[in-house]
Design a protein around this ligand. Structure first.
Ligand SMILES: [Zn+2]
Length: 359
């Protein structure tokens, strides 16, 4: 056997030592290693990509593993937690719902291609693959319900959703105008929207389109019948991407609904960027329970021709939360938190535009 040069031997000792440290420190659990070759697999008819390989493309490394079916992918700015058989992920500590469950397959974690491309990619690299960066000149705020439709109600506190959304929308309008944005509301008073031929929700989307909106925010308050004393917090909805399942479709049965494309799906990329920023600020600023960034095919999101979100800003069915929402001070805090999220989204758009100009 020919002796190897010293440098190479020293190099291989170093490699072994590094590998020992690596495994001993638990930095690279043997369970979860990236696939040597990045080949997608089909699981239950859905295309999946190797989660660790996907993360590696964006500088995310596996940081820890618990019980072998959870992985944390980390970089300096970002931390993603994925769990096998779960449609819930965490991005920087915030709940982000996926269309398909993460899968454990051949000792590796797999992420559906749609979740990788429609949820994580825009959040990790906003503007990537997008031909156009949207503007942010005109913001249309849609106070949910109105007129003969009161929305959710809390009879004890004598408050209803239609009045609370209108008041919060007016507050949000003032905050955004102070920041320099142009703002319009879909209704300025207590009225039911929509002629008979289109639904009230569709009318709100069409109004935004006619006005040439760059951003659409539909404001709501929530309620539940069961568990009202426990259920509180904020949830943000963006339109479900084509071929995906909405968050509420827990059995993922609605295959024909999932196959359908809506006008709003053109904005999938920016919808989730917007949703995440508003969600982040609302959870942080309001110290509200995090109900998650969710997906739904609400009519009000389907037909709108600009990035759009629907905000459920709290539960009127929970006495403690309803009492807060009933105060002008808390509604002002909601308005400021949403506006901060919009501004953060605006900064991301500006960054994407700068990147483009630099190339
Ligand atoms: Zn509502």
């Amino acid at each position: 056997m020919i002796a190897r040069p010293v440098r190479s031997r020293r190099h291989s000792i170093l490699t072994v030592l590094l590998a020992v440290w690596w495994f001993a420190s638990g930095a690279a659990p043997t369970m979860l290693r990236a696939a040597p070759v990045d080949i997608p697999v089909r699981l239950n008819g859905t295309e999946y990509v190797d989660a660790l390989n996907f993360g590696a493309r964006y500088g995310l490394k596996p940081a820890a593993s618990t019980a072998g079916n959870t992985v944390t992918l980390k970089s300096v700015w970002t931390e993603i937690v994925l769990e096998a058989d779960s449609r819930e992920s965490a991005l920087n500590g915030l709940r982000v719902f996926l269309g398909d469950p993460v899968r454990l397959h051949r000792d590796r974690l797999w992420l559906s291609r749609h979740d990788a491309e429609k949820t994580f990619l825009p959040l990790l690299l906003p503007g990537s693959g997008e031909k156009k960066v949207p503007g942010l000149g005109l913001i249309v705020i849609d106070p949910g319900h109105g007129g003969r439709d009161p929305g959710k109600e809390n009879h004890r506190l004598k408050v209803n959703e239609k009045n609370l959304t209108l008041d919060t929308a007016r507050r949000l309008q003032r905050v955004l105008e102070t920041m320099g944005y142009r703002v319009r509301l879909t209704r300025e008073d207590d009225r039911h929207l929509g002629p008979d031929k289109v639904s009230d929700l569709q009318d709100r989307a069409l109004q935004a389109n006619r006005a040439g909106a760059d951003l659409f925010i539909s404001l709501h308050f929530n309620a539940v019948e069961a568990g009202a004393d426990k259920v509180t917090g904020v949830e943000i909805y963006t339109l479900t991407p084509q071929h995906q399942f909405s968050t509420a479709d827990t059995d993922r049965r609605d295959r024909s609904g999932a196959a359908a494309a809506s006008a709003g799906n053109v904005r999938d990329h920016w919808n989730i960027v917007l949703g995440f920023q508003v969600h982040r600020h609302m959870i942080k600023d309001l110290h509200a329970a995090d109900r998650g960034l969710k997906r739904a095919r609400w009519a009000v999101l389907r037909d709108v021709e600009c990035p759009a979100i629907l905000i459920e800003a709290g539960f009127l069915s929970n006495e403690a939360e309803a009492r807060k929402i009933a105060t002008p001070e808390y509604r002002q805090k909601i308005a400021v938190a949403i506006a901060d999220g919009v501004q953060a989204y605006g900064n991301i758009l500006a960054g994407a535009r700068r990147n483009r100009a630099g190339h």
